[in-house]
Design a protein around this ligand. Structure first.
Ligand code: PTJ
Length: 246
């Protein structure tokens, strides 16, 4: 969907940028989403634009959490909807998770546009439109969730979540799996599983692990969850940034 040769050294980042721009034009992504994308790109550059081994482990642990969950939900905002809609639908299918639109800057118009966009990419049911429950401790618009969606979930995958909401969901006792390229930002620091990787690489990799592990016994999944060390994952990402993509 962009005229840049695949051999271009910055192909992936140009493609990503183009998708975010198209998302803004389609009414899916907020203008702040452009700023978030720029911040993410800088961190991705420092990480060498690749999935660290520690992030790969986090993605496997996230898959195990989603498969073990009573009610897993994948939260969708304006950036991830623009970047990887089909991949989000595949992840939901591979794990039996619900997809719920949940926005930092919520407008009903954008919630509907994102839900339509996900359906265009194969989603059957999209939550987030009912907004009939609230996350305690957040202001009105940002607190809105579905009673039979995030409010009821035990495990929530929140790509690019803001720190306040990540903390509020944590206080509700939910297990949070957070994708964020900045290992110092608050949301990965409060997550059970911080995934310091680009959502574009992270989401398909969690799906791949979920498919691999689909028939694994519960004990094996529990062992994967147990063995994952969140502090080590965060420290490794920070080390890689300081050492320059190493
Ligand atoms: O669509 P909405 O209204 O829900 O808004 C979504 C954004 C992302 C605009 C909103 O949540 C926001 O303003 O987020 P922040 O506070 O800018 O945080 C975004 C975080 O995501 C930053 O730490 C970025 O480094 C990181 N990030 C940006 N792009 C990516 C990313 N992490 C992983 N993959 C990316 N592609």
């Amino acid at each position: 969907d962009i005229e840049v040769p695949e051999s271009h050294p910055r192909y992936q980042s140009l493609l990503t940028r183009h998708r975010i721009e198209a998302g803004v034009e389609k009414g899916i992504t907020s203008k702040q989403g452009l700023i978030a994308e720029g911040r993410g790109e800088a961190f991705d550059y420092l990480l060498g634009e690749r999935t660290l081994d520690s992030a790969d482990e986090a993605e496997r642990a996230a898959a195990a959490h989603l498969l073990l969950a009573r009610h897993p939900v994948v939260s969708v905002n304006g950036n991830v909807a623009a970047l990887c809609p089909a991949e989000l639908v595949e992840l939901a299918e591979a794990t039996g998770a619900d997809l719920e639109v949940n926005l930092f800057n919520r407008t009903e118009e954008r919630v509907r546009a994102i839900a339509d966009h996900l359906r265009e990419h194969g989603a059957r049911e999209v939550k987030g439109l009912a907004a009939d429950e609230r996350v305690p401790g957040l202001d009105h618009e940002r607190a809105k969730v579905d009673a039979d969606g995030i409010h009821d979930a035990d495990v929530v995958l929140v790509p690019l979540e803001d720190g306040d909401r990540a903390e509020a969901l944590g206080r509700m006792g939910k297990t949070e799996l957070v994708v964020d390229l900045n290992p110092l930002s608050r949301s990965p620091r409060v997550a059970a599983v911080p995934i310091v990787d680009n959502v574009i690489r992270a989401i398909p990799n969690v799906t791949r692990y979920a498919r691999d592990l689909r028939d694994a016994p519960r004990e094996e999944l529990e062992a994967i969850v147990e063995a994952f060390d969140r502090e080590a994952a965060l420290a490794d990402a920070e080390r890689a940034i300081r050492e320059g993509g190493g």
